[in-house]
Design a protein around this ligand. Structure first.
Ligand SMILES: NC(=O)C1=CN([C@@H]2O[C@H](COP(=O)(O)OP(=O)(O)OC[C@H]3O[C@@H](n4cnc5c(N)ncnc54)[C@H](O)[C@@H]3O)[C@@H](O)[C@H]2O)[C@H](O)CC1
Ligand code: K
Length: 506
């Protein structure tokens, strides 16, 4: 039995779409106040579960429905016997709609926010702003957030930590740091993208009674990375399989003093199930590579004619180009001829930077040979290849990755602690299983090797990139804190752990 339990992948929706989902649910006959009651009860349940020892709860209510959730939570907490002090950022009479109703159902006192006293031993319920935050926080609320931060009282956030944009995960002026965030119906990008992910603490997704059908009808082709998205596309080695049916990946080595990156990628590729892996080395580095390779094969590729000769062999299904290679015309020509030849190509590191001054030719070739290329930029490399997208402060990391994939006609694996994978068809996943210690020298080389291995095993590129990011994160967890990149290849979990279907490929 695989250790992974299968379920539907979690959709992610922007706050704007969440508003439409709320409206559709309410339009279909579900009462809005009922949704708020369930939301508020989930917040109070979280407080009672994690902070049962607290002296009491300080509930901060804002001017909209997020504040309404706060009034409901306050009532349930008080009913459970917890002392509650409720503070409002506006005169409570000004609350309208469901939030007004929630206030009317709260029989305790409402204090103005000016009177807030961060008493030791209390837990804070942050119901100031959620999905409706639409401008930077300033003035009294900014001061309130500073006071809570200085007090170090634990915070449970309703929907989102106040100050975090649900759409981008960016801080609007200032933001609270929560230990727990209770959100409703679907995750928002702000829960998974930095810095919002860091401010959310542990995120709890609660079903408040909006039917899954309504959420699916409004799907934005955006999910949290999960084996449920690609488990059925993982390569399966059947009894009749042999090393050639498991694909042959080639990894380019750099020059004499830059060979380690290619070997990390090659070793990771073998561990990710590639049948054969060959390091392609310039003559100057053949001896250095030979002294470190065993299961991985080695072949001299000095110039374009060597590569052209290699590309005649159709069994060589994919190439990883960039790690340690050096930026220059040689890399550009190699990349273009691989893509032109219709082979799978992972362009990483120098493989991305080399195209900073003119990626159009690469992007045009990718359009002619779709479903071949995966680009794996970190933030600096992304900025070099897509300077306009990187500089546009209005765009979220999801928007940037999506637009870049569309422009490049390639899958973009935009690395970071909040890696985003986007396909040219608009699909996006946000990866969130990477431990912080995975950010170490050579880690990206291993990731490129995993992507390449899955590509040569016939996995479609979007699924291959998403699966690789996930496997890389799992490898990081298995290798543990203090890992170095050399530990990663052997920590890659067996693919069979995540297979969800027996779609055998030989
Ligand atoms: N998702 C669901 O199914 C449910 C969600 N609920 C909760 O409702 C909020 C969203 O409510 P909304 O009224 O749209 O927005 P907010 O309460 O977040 O705030 C809007 C309010 O705040 C003002 N405002 C915005 N930015 C600022 C600022 N920087 N400074 C001052 N004022 C600001 C804005 O003008 C509005 O007046 C969602 O997060 C859930 O918590 C419901 O419970 C129903 C189910
Ligand atoms: K909040």
């Amino acid at each position: 039995m695989p250790p992974h339990t299968y379920h539907a992948p979690l959709p992610i929706v922007t706050p704007q779409t969440m508003g439409r989902i709320d409206a559709a649910a309410i339009g279909s006959g579900i009462e809005g106040y009922r949704l708020m009651l369930i939301a508020g009860s989930a917040i109070s349940a979280c407080v009672l579960e994690y902070y049962s020892e607290a002296v009491g709860a300080i509930v901060l209510c804002g001017p909209g429905n997020n504040g309404g959730d706060g009034y409901v939570a306050a009532r349930y907490l008080a009913e459970a016997g917890m002392p509650v002090l409720l503070y409002s950022s506006i005169e409570p009479e000004r609350l309208k709609g469901d939030a007004g109703r929630a206030r009317a159902d709260w029989s305790g006192p409402v204090y103005p926010l000016e009177e807030l006293d961060c008493m030791p031993g209390y837990v804070v319920v942050d119901a100031l702003f959620g999905a409706g935050l639409d401008r930077p926080i300033e003035g009294l609320i900014e001061e309130t957030i500073a006071a809570i931060t200085a007090s170090a009282l634990p915070v449970v956030a309703a929907d989102l930590p106040s100050g975090i944009s649900g759409r981008t995960g960016q801080v609007q002026g200032t933001a609270l740091q929560a230990e727990h965030t209770v959100t409703f119906a679907a995750l928002k990008p702000g829960h998974l993208l930095l810095p919002g992910a860091g401010c959310s603490g542990e995120t709890h997704l609660v079903d408040i009674g909006i039917p899954r059908r309504v959420i699916d009808e409004h799907n934005e082709a955006m999910w949290r990375n999960d084996p449920a998205l690609w488990g059925a596309d993982l390569p399966v080695t059947g009894a009749a399989g042999h090393k050639y049916t498991r694909g042959h990946l080639c990894v380019f080595s750099g020059s004499f003093s830059h060979t380690g990156a290619a070997r990390l990628a090659a070793h990771s590729a073998l561990r990710s199930g590639a049948g054969l892996v060959t390091v392609l080395s310039p003559s100057s580095a053949v001896a250095a590579n030979a002294s470190h390779l065993t299961a991985v094969m080695l072949r001299k590729v000095e110039d374009q004619s060597d590569l052209d000769e290699l590309l005649v062999d159709q069994r060589l299904g994919g190439f990883v180009l960039g790690p340690g290679f050096g930026i220059g015309e040689k890399l550009r020509q190699f990349a273009l001829s691989i893509v032109k030849a219709g082979r799978s190509c992972v362009l990483d590191a120098d493989g991305i930077s080399a195209f900073s001054d003119g990626p159009e030719m690469l992007f045009a070739l990718c359009r002619e040979n779709p479903l071949n290329t995966v680009l794996t930029p970190h933030d600096g490399e992304f900025a070099r290849l897509f300077p306009d997208l990187h500089a546009d402060a209005e765009l979220s990391k999801v928007d940037r990755a999506r637009k870049a994939a569309e422009r490049a006609n390639a899958v973009i694996l935009y690395k970071g602690a909040d890696t985003v994978i986007a396909g040219p068809d608009g699909r996006v996943v946000i990866n969130n299983n990477a431990p912080p210690w995975l950010a170490t020298a050579g880690s990206g080389d291993c990731l490129a090797g995993i992507v390449g291995a899955l590509l040569v095993q016939q996995m479609p590129p979007f699924e291959a990139a998403a699966a690789a990011a996930f496997l890389h994160g799992e490898a990081g967890k298995r290798a543990g804190e203090g890992l170095i990149a050399d530990d990663l290849p052997d920590a890659i979990p067996p693919l069979t752990h995540y297979q969800s279907d027996n779609r055998g490929r030989g």
